[in-house]
Design a protein around this ligand. Structure first.
Ligand SMILES: *[C@@H]1O[C@H](CO)[C@@H](O)[C@H](O)[C@H]1NC(C)=O
Ligand SMILES: *[C@@H]1O[C@H](CO)[C@@H](O)[C@H](O)[C@H]1NC(C)=O
Ligand SMILES: *[C@@H]1O[C@H](CO)[C@@H](O)[C@H](O)[C@H]1NC(C)=O
Ligand SMILES: *[C@@H]1O[C@H](CO)[C@@H](O)[C@H](O)[C@H]1NC(C)=O
Ligand SMILES: *[C@@H]1O[C@H](CO)[C@@H](O)[C@H](O)[C@H]1NC(C)=O
Length: 288
């Protein structure tokens, strides 16, 4: 499988879907068969646009085939890895809404989820309930006190609700172990890695600017037994939401591996973020 993937990546200078039994890599989304709803669309350039400039919208992109996270019924959830490249385009880095998330969920139907602070994942009735069986990594650009958010620029591990199990300012630890912050809604392209280890039930979340290799020290690390959360099979995908303030949430590339590392995303083949309108400062001045 690996050699076939390499061959496809080598020979096609377009978005490539390389589907093994339990892994895939998308470098751009042209021609993919993701299940899209709400504002989500794949642009002619191959960008997965989860939300556009419409306020109070949600958008989802779900891989059409769910995965068997357990080898056999009732056995434990296996190790898995996710990598994705994203960009958030907003008028101003301090005024973006609302955020986006990678998700693992029992269903591809999010019709009852709300936009805004619910990120298209939950609603006031089901938020925090065990029966959701949802695991998500949120990239949250708003501070919502009701969910104990730490600030308006954080990454969080969410289990069944929006009050994160663990969260951290967006950023990364450099090779000297120093924390470097990143602004999520900066129009800068960044990569996120999510790694789950079945033996230690450890979840690591790491992020970095696109040009950088995966940092050795994760941004967030926690133990949470996902065998007690995930259904089998379960869908994987993305959700994003806007509020009265609107932002465009984009995914440029995505890979997944069950019981294997997520294949590397070929960052040289990714579509480009759109250059929208005037630069943030002049737009803000214009509003003033
Ligand atoms: C945003 O998406 C919605 C839903 O697909 C669509 O109705 C609307 O026209 C889009 N807005 C823009 C500015 O593209
Ligand atoms: C999604 O769920 C809603 C509410 O449970 C239901 O009314 C709707 O028919 C479902 N849509 C699909 C496509 O299954
Ligand atoms: C984050 O970055 C901003 C802008 O570069 C800087 O002012 C701030 O001190 C940084 N915060 C941390 C915790 O590194
Ligand atoms: C998570 O990070 C820790 C600390 O760097 C590392 O020892 C561990 O192997 C990582 N686990 C996974 C599943 O990546
Ligand atoms: C995780 O939960 C499953 C199901 O309850 C259990 O069988 C397993 O032993 C747990 N793993 C750890 C490391 O606690």
């Amino acid at each position: 499988m690996e050699s076939l993937c390499s061959f496809l990546l080598f020979s096609l200078n377009i978005a490539v879907l390389c589907m093994g039994e339990d892994q895939f890599v998308y470098s751009g989304f042209t021609g993919t068969k993701l299940i899209l709803d709400g504002a989500a669309t794949v642009t002619p350039d191959g960008l997965l646009e989860l939300t556009n400039e419409t306020a109070n919208m949600k958008g989802h992109a779900i891989n059409p085939i769910p995965f068997h996270f357990r080898k056999i019924l009732n056995s434990v959830v296996q190790s898995f890895s996710v990598a994705f490249v994203f960009g958030i385009v907003s008028l101003h880095p301090d005024l973006s809404a609302h955020g986006m998330a990678f998700l693992v969920a029992p269903s591809k139907n999010f019709s009852t989820a709300l936009p805004s602070q619910y990120l298209g994942l939950f609603n006031p009735q089901n938020n925090g309930k065990i029966k959701n069986h949802i695991f998500a990594i949120e990239l949250d650009t708003n501070l919502n006190k009701e969910f104990h958010d730490i600030n308006n620029n954080h990454v969080g591990i969410d289990v069944n609700g929006l009050q994160s199990v663990q969260s951290h300012d967006a950023g990364y630890y450099d090779k000297d172990g120093m924390f470097q912050n990143l602004t999520l809604a900066s129009r800068e392209i960044m990569q996120v890695w999510i790694d789950y280890d079945m033996q230690y039930t450890r979840i690591n979340v790491t992020m970095a600017p696109i040009k950088m290799r995966k940092p050795t020290r994760p941004l967030i690390t926690t133990t949470y037994n996902l065998s007690q959360v995930l259904t089998d099979p379960a869908y994987i995908g993305f959700s994003a939401a806007t509020s009265p303030i609107n932002s465009r949430h984009y995914v440029l590339g995505w890979s997944f591996g069950l019981n294997s590392p997520a294949p590397a995303i070929d960052t040289s083949k990714l579509p480009k973020l759109p250059r929208l309108g005037p630069n943030p400062r002049s737009k803000i001045l214009e509003i003033i």
